[in-house]
Design a protein around this ligand. Structure first.
Ligand code: C2E
Ligand code: MG
Ligand code: MG
Ligand code: MG
Length: 293
């Protein structure tokens, strides 16, 4: 499969095969692939957590788990720098399950330390390749069992491209995941191709409005209309809405005025290490009705 990977990176072996630029690219990708393999082996990945806020209550109701690569003492690599290669090489299958397990066991701890009703939720990103695995549902089930997390507090985030490519398969997998008790979110909603007909038939819980739309709240009425349309759609389908990328007080005010229930963004907190998230939860426990930012 290494040979296959090389051929693919080289553009199916046409003239590009002899293009030194392409060769360099392929070589550096291969180096990255090997380095990522080692990183997995040597436990260099870490999960950061970003709070999800209830706009009506003004507190943390859940977190999204976001993976980072602690490449060296001074280098922290963000997903942009490794997720696509991890996907192309299949490493995402291991990495994805590791993130799921890590995030679920951390949340089990937080459920004990910071009990609330309803319980804190944990959202985990699932890549298309993971979702396409025949044993994906079994793997999720195994992690739920082994960590002992209450499945209803787990939300799996899939993108529109994952959900729409093979709708029959998707529908079956989503139904089986829902049978386990976990929730399903559509991530980056509005940036891909969703068929409304399918959205209606899928068993979903949440639409996450992509941050590009929230950013447009700053400069146009159109941005406002897009966000409002997605919220109307969600309401008609009986789904929750989380607005991603709430960066300033104006975003929050506008989202709140539009009736958006949940938000996530730098205004409240960047994704932070588990310890720092604990501190935020601790602080919130002492002042139940305060904003965390
Ligand atoms: P995502 O799932 O849409 O995650 C939200 C991204 O938006 C995160 O970037 C987060 O740091 C960023 N973000 C949150 N609030 C704000 C804000 O107010 N302003 C701005 N400018 N950005 C904000 P991050 O952590 O770099 O992750 C990027 C993407 O990488 C994620 O997008 C997700 O698609 C992918 N990813 C991250 N962790 C995993 C993982 O464990 N598995 C998989 N398959 N993909 C992951
Ligand atoms: Mg996400
Ligand atoms: Mg997103
Ligand atoms: Mg994304």
């Amino acid at each position: 499969d290494l040979a296959m990977y090389r051929a693919k990176s080289l553009g199916k072996g046409r003239f590009e095969l002899y293009d030194p630029g392409m060769h360099e690219l392929a070589a550096s990708r291969l180096a990255l692939e090997n380095r990522l393999r080692r990183a997995l082996h040597e436990n260099e990945f870490v999960v950061h957590y970003q709070p999800i806020i209830s706009l009506s209550e003004g507190g943390i109701v859940g977190v999204e788990a976001l993976v980072r690569w602690r490449k060296s003492e001074t280098e922290l690599v963000y997903p942009d720098g490794f997720i696509s290669v991890a996907e192309e090489t299949g490493l995402i299958l291991f990495l994805g399950m590791w993130v799921l397990r890590e995030a679920c066991s951390t949340m089990v701890r937080w459920h004990k330390e910071f009990p609330r009703t309803p319980e804190l939720t944990v959202s985990i990103n699932v890549s298309a390749l993971q979702f396409a695995q025949n044993d994906f549902v079994q793997q999720v089930s195994k992690v739920l069992r082994e960590t002992g997390i209450r499945p209803e507090t787990v939300s799996l985030e899939i993108t529109e491209s994952v959900s729409m490519t093979n709708s029959e398969h998707t529908m079956t997998v989503l139904a089986r995941l829902r049978a386990l008790g976990v929730r399903i979110s559509i991530d980056d909603f509005g940036t891909g191709y969703s068929s409304l007909a399918y959205l209606h038939r899928f068993q979903l819980d949440t639409l996450k409005i992509d941050r590009s739309f929230v950013a447009q709240l700053d400069d146009s009425k159109e941005g406002l209309h897009v966000v409002q349309s997605i919220m109307d759609l969600a309401q008609n389908l009986g789904l929750n809405v989380v607005a991603e990328g709430a960066e300033n007080a104006r975003h929050v005010a506008q989202l709140t005025a539009m009736g958006c229930e949940f938000a996530q963004g730098f205004y409240y907190s960047r994704p932070v290490e588990a310890g720092a998230l604990s501190a935020l939860l601790e602080e919130q426990g002492q002042q139940p009705n305060s904003i965390v930012a």
